[in-house]
Design a binder for this molecule. Structure first.
Ligand code: MG
Length: 159
């Protein structure tokens, strides 16, 4: 059996009049994330970790922000395409661990919904997906609520 590890990072700017979507879950907040797609930073970090584990490049290569096709895209649809690519390469996800860094809102009440949504797309059990939330202790751009960042690591098993 082959095992591969990947890591991913993403950050999106917080602005007015955009929805806040993380891990495929819409979270009530007065600000949302700006981006070409739905700007789901957690899902993007996970996708990059999955691609990175197989040295397949990054999500910008597969879903370029210059391509109008991905405007407003549901990141779970993009995640499902990355999952298809991982499977086509003979691998499957063993587990994912991730951290969302956000000053506000409180994300804890939404984490189990995020795990369920991501697990559905990735054909995993929710206990294979770790999602933690932390603040940046008011430090830097994330601490000033200018954006929300996410980090992910993924372990893939191959045949
Ligand atoms: Mg992104």
């Amino acid at each position: 059996m082959t095992i591969r590890i990947g890591n991913g990072y993403d950050i999106h700017r917080l602005v007015a009049e955009r929805p806040l979507i993380l891990g495929g879950v819409k979270i009530p907040h007065e600000l949302g994330l700006l981006g070409h797609s739905d700007a789901d930073a957690l899902t993007h970090a996970i996708m990059d970790a999955m691609l990175g584990a197989l040295s397949l490049g990054d999500i910008g290569h597969y879903f370029p922000p210059t391509d109008p096709k991905w405007a407003g895209a549901d990141s779970l649809v993009l995640l499902s395409q990355v999952q298809t690519l991982v499977k086509a390469n003979g691998f499957r996800v063993g587990n994912i661990d991730s951290v969302i860094v956000a000053e506000r809102p409180k994300l804890k009440p939404h984490i189990s919904a995020m795990r369920s949504r991501l697990a559905d797309v990735l054909e995993l059990k929710p206990d294979q997906i770790g999602i933690k939330a932390t603040t940046n202790e008011k430090l830097g751009p994330v601490g000033r609520e200018e954006g929300i960042a996410a980090y992910a690591v993924v372990l893939l098993f191959g045949d």
